[in-house]
Design a binder for this molecule. Structure first.
Ligand code: 5AD
Ligand code: SF4
Length: 443
């Protein structure tokens, strides 16, 4: 690591993929000799790693960038960099420097690994460094990472997406799907296990289509290879597309003693008409068949999902189909969203955009329904003893926290538990989370 030259602060928006990419940016910055701070006011370089999946993510980032104007006036040598999905949108980088001329570096999603070069270029010149390459390049291996998620280690397996769901900006800002070579993935997993990481999460926009651009490997095969690694660890992966979940893959998951008994399987909507307009490539019945397949091999598997309301032309009847599907499946959790038009996507040009009032009313009903399901599933835990991987300490609650194999979060007291598998007896269920007493700690 270089000599200490100042402090860095990375502000991340959006998904786990972005959080992991911020770990790479942190690795690069620490290589220069910067040290981490969580306080922007205290930093010599602030990097915004942005998201553009919904308008509110974008507005939040723009607000936070704007708020640094005064700080930059007082601290002339401070460097402000903005990268990620937001800057990768057509014409956005220019708009950004026009609106916020105090930004020093703008980079995209395809060249994050070159951040060191941009930083050097900036230190040698007074001008903005704007580098957003339109085309995705080959996968870059070996970028240093400063991980901040112990005992969870995140491992990229694919980049980009080929699906072009009509509402989604991701394929435009992350490019076509590229799979990482299995050997590189296995090597990274081995390193994590020997460094004491206890949970590996394989990451991609659509992990179950892994390997379609490689020879002799698919996601089922990758699951088998990672599961065969020696060590006491859990294996998770996200996110999945229902159309790519087949029996061979379900069997591989079921037969692995490392994979958790939870899967995230975004459904988006329960109406066939809306699913078609979304270009999701499955019907409601086909989605339910996939749920059946998962439960055939793993009767207790916890299934979580993403659901959107207010997609263009969504009628009350379509929404009722979504509500009925949610009841039928009994999801262990759901991320719910109001559809947000994204410029450049087909759905943004569709007629029949839904008013905000209607969309808000629908999302409230959906959240209420799912909350009820969460409460009833959680209350079934009371009195049970479960195995938890302790992931952290919640300062506000003054308790340790972690999840069981079904992904359910529990809070408990103890001492020095992070990274350990522990048994907890559940005494109380509060909404989706559980509270309990520590019974034992695994060696
Ligand atoms: N508006 C609202 N939600 C969206 N998502 C993706 N694009 C949009 C959009 N334009 C949701 C989907 C996806 C999750 C990551 O974000 O539900 O699964
Ligand atoms: Fe977006 Fe669909 Fe790709 Fe997910 S699968 S990133 S929702 S286009």
């Amino acid at each position: 690591m270089g000599d200490f030259i100042g402090k860095y602060c990375i502000v991340t928006y959006g998904c786990q993929m972005n959080l992991h990419e911020s770990e790479k940016l942190a690795g690069i910055l620490e290589g220069f000799g910067y040290r981490k701070t969580d306080c922007e006011n205290d930093a010599d370089i602030v990097v915004f790693n942005t998201c553009c999946i919904r308008e509110n993510a974008e507005k939040k980032a723009e607000g936070n960038i704007g708020a640094l104007k005064k700080l930059k006036r007082d601290k002339k040598n401070m460097i402000i960099a903005v990268g990620g999905c937001m800057t990768q949108q057509k014409g956005y980088a220019d708009k950004l420097v026009r609106e916020f001329p105090f930004i020093d570096i703008v980079f995209g999603t395809h060249n994050l690994e070159n951040f060191a070069e941009f930083l050097l270029e900036k230190t040698e010149s007074k001008k903005h460094v704007v580098s957003v390459s339109e085309k995705e390049g080959a996968i870059v291996e070996g970028t240093p990472k400063s991980r901040s998620s112990f005992p969870n280690g995140w491992v990229n397996i694919t980049y980009g997406c080929n699906n072009f769901c009509t509402y989604c900006i991701v394929p435009y800002v992350r490019g076509r799907e590229r799979s990482r070579e299995p050997e590189a993935i296995i090597k990274e997993c081995e390193e994590l296990i020997s460094a004491g990481y206890k949970e590996i999460t394989l990451l991609g926009q659509n992990v179950n289509s892994y390997g379609q651009d490689l020879k002799n490997v698919d996601f089922a095969e990758l699951i088998k290879r990672v599961s065969a690694l020696k060590g006491d660890f859990r294996l998770r992966f996200m996110t999945n597309h229902p159309k790519d979940l087949n029996e061979n893959l379900v069997k591989a998951i079921a037969e692995s003693d490392k994979t958790t008994r939870s899967i995230h399987l975004p459904v988006q909507a329960g109406s066939d008409r809306i699913l078609k307009l979304m270009n999701r490539h499955y019907t409601r019945a086909e989605y339910l068949d996939k749920i059946g397949l998962l439960r055939k091999y793993m009767p207790d598997i916890a299934i979580t999902t993403d659901i959107m309301v207010g997609f263009p032309t969504e009628s009350d009847e379509d929404f009722c189909d979504t509500m009925a599907l949610v009841k039928e499946v009994g999801f262990a959790g759901a991320f719910t969203f109001i559809y947000s038009p994204r410029s450049g996507t087909p759905a943004a040009k569709m007629s029949g955009q839904i008013t905000e009032d209607v969309a808000k009313d629908r999302i409230m009903k959906l959240i209420d329904l799912q909350n009820g399901i969460n409460r009833s599933q959680s209350s079934g835990y009371v009195g049970k003893e479960i195995e938890i991987l302790c992931e952290g300490f919640d300062e506000k609650k003054n308790k340790f926290l972690g999840r069981d194999t079904y992904g359910r979060m529990a809070y408990f007291n103890g001492d020095d538990l992070i990274g350990k598998f522990v048994n907890v007896k559940i005494t109380e269920a509060g909404g989706i989370s559980l509270y309990g007493e520590l019974v034992s700690v695994k060696d």
